[in-house]
Design a binder for this molecule. Structure first.
Ligand SMILES: Nc1ncnc2c1ncn2[C@@H]1O[C@H](COP(=O)(O)OP(=O)(O)OP(=O)(O)O)[C@@H](O)[C@H]1O
Length: 258
């Protein structure tokens, strides 16, 4: 039997309108394609690594996957609850850790009993001690990431989107998160994994999606996609500083239109 498609992107564009500084008084605006004509499908239980250089559109893609942001045009289909685990994922700084958990639970329409269980799970996993009762604005970035990761996994979503969340904080906690991710992977969740560490992506993922200059370059087996991506990165690094600048400017120009 064919596997169930749980995520589908069809001709997805995400366009930002940029004010042209020089011509601002004439009201001239430019369109910037953060993503352009993205098409892919992902089946249930897939572990997908998203690769791409800085500014290529990975976070834009993960925010659309999480339905925090919406496409300018095109269609997305997402089957099942999803959770975004990202460094900056929607935490209210004024509220304490516990209050943030309650708020997330309430937004999802969970019962008080269910929220209480989640609070216990988060306290056990996050290891924040008394900080869980302090406003999040007093947390370090590593502590925010601990809280965010712990809430997201306690909510037990069908689809997990992990955007650089394991790049902050201490190594021991990152290792614990990784272990948890392997456990979730083996329990059949669909996972999108974004990391600047190609070796981590290779180790964790089965499939790969490579986004470059806002466009989908390649989708396929992780090692094939990562190999092609590494060749691209090496070729870029081999350019002179001046050539790199021109190369980047060309990509930016291709993503911009009036
Ligand atoms: N709100 C916005 N308005 C205008 N441009 C934006 C906005 N958000 C993102 N962009 C632009 O869209 C492009 C893609 O950004 P995105 O954050 O998705 O890249 P990324 O691949 O996640 O980068 P990085 O690896 O550096 O985190 C970038 O050029 C960025 O400047």
């Amino acid at each position: 039997m064919a596997k169930e498609v749980v995520v589908a992107f069809e001709h997805v564009d995400k366009i930002y309108t940029l004010q042209d500084k020089k011509k601002r008084w004439f009201g001239n605006k430019k369109k910037f394609y953060a993503l352009r004509d993205i098409n892919f499908t992902v089946t249930k239980g897939s572990i997908v690594g998203i690769l791409g250089t800085n500014g290529s559109g990975k976070s834009t893609l993960s925010n659309i996957l999480a339905e925090i942001s919406y496409p300018t045009s095109g269609k997305i289909t997402i089957v099942g609850e999803q959770a975004l685990i990202a460094i900056k994922a929607g935490m209210n700084d004024q509220l304490t850790g516990i209050e943030n958990i309650k708020m997330k639970g309430a937004l999802l329409g969970l019962s008080k009993k269910h929220i209480d269980t989640i609070i216990e799970d988060v306290i056990a996993f996050a290891e924040l001690g008394d900080f869980i009762y302090q406003p999040v604005k007093k947390y370090s970035s590593g502590m925010k990431s601990r809280l965010g990761f712990s809430i997201s996994i306690a909510l037990d979503p069908e689809i997990l989107i992990v955007d650089e969340a394991l790049s902050v904080g201490d190594k021991a906690f990152a290792a614990k998160c990784m272990e948890k991710m392997f456990e979730l992977r083996d329990s059949g969740k669909t996972i999108f994994f974004i990391s600047h560490s190609i070796s981590q992506v290779r180790q964790f993922c089965e499939e790969g999606i490579w986004i470059e200059g806002g466009e989908l370059r390649m989708q396929g087996k992780i090692n094939e996609v990562a190999d092609a991506y590494e060749v691209y990165v090496e070729e870029y690094k081999a350019l002179s500083k001046d050539q790199q600048k021109k190369f980047k400017a060309k990509i930016m120009a291709e993503r911009t239109s009036k």
